[in-house]
Design a protein around this ligand. Structure first.
Ligand code: ATP
Ligand code: MG
Length: 290
């Protein structure tokens, strides 16, 4: 659940105090109360009142020893990102949940012109060893950063890849903006491929996915987590590929392994579900453009 009620109840000073805590988290595990007070220019009493309310709403955590200090929770980070998106007119409201993934929460939201968009909140630090290894890989030395910054880096990464592949013509959600740990993209109507028991022409759909893999490889990326769970089948039977934060550059040492695994997932799915007879090696050559 997004902290919508908390978001609505905060005033400008609360947001200001919250963002001071955010900034100082770069250097403190718990940000000292005294520092928050001096950064803000508000009195200790005023700050405490605000922080206590935000603590009750679950936006910050509090620690008393060896000094009084505060940190953001994910909910606190969420309200800061939502504040940005609302202030800059990207969204006017948030709708229901579209999915709680391993490393993200995805929500529907609405623009001032009543278009549907998707907010993908990256949540790293919710432990998942398998993908953490890959995230560690691309975030390299930054792995030691706290969850808050790793989640932001993951969102930045997804947004960059989305923009690059989108520009190259790969069928992906339209990237709109990224702030903190949130990526905003267009909402894609349809069903995930894994729920589709029927497709009028499964072989054609398989080839469409190969085309997207080829185009994306051609523009420099391997998806790295491609499967029937990350392909949306739209009502007019187009395929849209989602979920890109773990994508790697084609010259990455694991790129070929990941590409083969992506392709294996897709080939196996179509063989299993639609009884297609597919040639893995030929498909791989096609994707590689050789
Ligand atoms: N642009 C979009 N349009 C419509 N639905 C979307 C969009 N992006 C994500 N979703 C929905 O949200 C779910 C989670 O998104 P995504 O796959 O990007 O994140 P994830 O954290 O990897 O999730 P998972 O761990 O389930 O793979 C998707 O399975 C899909 O149902
Ligand atoms: Mg996914």
């Amino acid at each position: 659940m997004l902290p919508i009620e908390a978001f609505k109840s905060l005033d400008a000073d609360d947001f200001h105090i919250l963002s001071i805590v955010e900034n100082r988290m770069k250097s403190f595990l718990y940000v000292p109360l005294d520092l928050i007070a001096s950064d803000s220019g508000f009195s200790r009493g005023f700050i405490l009142d605000s922080l206590k309310r935000m603590h009750d709403m679950g936006l910050v955590l509090y620690k008393r020893v060896p000094y009084e200090g505060y940190v953001l929770t994910y909910a606190g980070y969420d309200v800061l990102a939502m504040k940005y998106l609302v202030d800059f007119n990207y969204i006017v409201g948030v709708g229901g949940s579209l999915g709680v993934g391993k490393e993200s929460d995805v929500y529907m939201a609405f623009t001032p012109t009543e278009e549907s968009v998707v907010l993908k909140f990256h949540r790293l630090g919710v432990v998942n060893l398998q993908s953490a290894t890959r995230i560690r890989d691309y975030l390299a030395h930054k792995y030691e950063l706290p969850w808050i910054f790793r989640s932001k880096l993951s969102a930045e990464r997804e947004f960059k890849v989305l923009r690059d592949v989108f520009k190259a013509g790969v069928k992906v959600p339209i990237p709109i903006v990224q702030n903190r740990h949130v990526v905003v993209m267009s909402y894609v109507e349809g069903d995930l491929l894994y729920v589709c028991d029927y497709l009028p022409d499964p072989h054609k759909f398989f080839e469409m996915i190969l085309d997207e893999m080829r185009l994306s490889y051609n523009c420099g990326y391997v998806h790295g987590d491609l499967s029937e769970y990350n392909v949306i089948v739209t009502p007019d039977l187009e395929c849209v590929i989602i979920d890109w934060p773990q994508a790697v550059e084609v010259n990455h040492p694991s790129a070929m392994m990941l590409l083969e695994r992506d392709l294996r997932n897709i080939v196996d799915f179509f063989a299993r579900r639609f009884k297609l007879k597919l040639n893995f090696t030929d498909s791989l050559s096609y994707v590689l453009g050789v």
